[in-house]
Write a protein that binds this ligand. Structure first.
Ligand code: 4NP
Length: 186
């Protein structure tokens, strides 16, 4: 989970409360899950950025936000220190601990945003239902200006890779939030 402990809302809570989020008023919360391989670099950064954008728009009660990895290599760990450093430099604190993607996430979350084509393949391979497949998208598909469709894995590269990942996630998350909050046309 990411920046604000107060707004940490696991998707399971939504199931337990009958499909509504913590603000179970008129509108059900939208549950968004970011997924990469290790869940220590890209997806926790996207989670923290999106959480902050949502908070900045005053919409915390309308979203459930989490991240996961297609592997369990780093289960229980905080985000990579380089990711946390790059995020902190931009005012985003990352508190999430790595967890593996769980096929139950297909029911817990409305939108599953993956970072690259390998994540896409791995998550789709776990999708048992057609409506599960329809929830899985590349995060950068929400950045209309993106030159590439993937957020590249920065794990084995230099420090600038983590800053670039932040920039990519920031733009794409802003596009995602715009899309998820757009008013339907009459
Ligand atoms: P992430 O980066 O998928 O963005 O969290 C990686 C982190 C760890 C490894 C690979 C990618 N790893 O092989 O341990």
């Amino acid at each position: 989970m990411g920046a604000s402990r107060a707004s940490q809302q696991p998707g399971a809570d939504r199931l337990a409360s009958g499909g509504l989020g913590p603000a179970s008023g008129a509108r059900p919360a939208t549950a968004v899950l970011f997924v990469c391989l290790g869940n220590i670099c890209r997806s926790p950064q996207a989670e923290g950025i999106f959480r902050q954008q949502v908070a900045g728009a005053g919409l915390q009660e309308r979203f459930i936000i989490d991240s996961a990895g297609t592997s369990s290599y780093h289960q229980g760990e905080l985000a990579d220190w380089r990711t946390r450093q790059a995020s902190a430099a931009r005012g985003v604190e990352l508190l999430h601990r790595s967890r593996p993607f769980d096929p139950a996430d297909f029911e817990r979350f409305d939108h599953i945003l993956v970072m690259d084509h390998s994540n896409l393949r791995d998550v789709l391979a776990l999708a048992a239902q057609p409506h599960h497949r329809g929830k899985v998208e590349l995060l950068r598909s929400y950045d209309s200006q993106a030159a590439d469709s993937a957020v590249p894995d920065p794990y084995s590269g230099g420090a600038d890779g983590f800053d670039r990942v932040f920039d990519m996630c920031e733009l794409a998350c802003a596009g995602l939030l715009r899309r998820l909050t757009a008013q339907p046309q009459p």
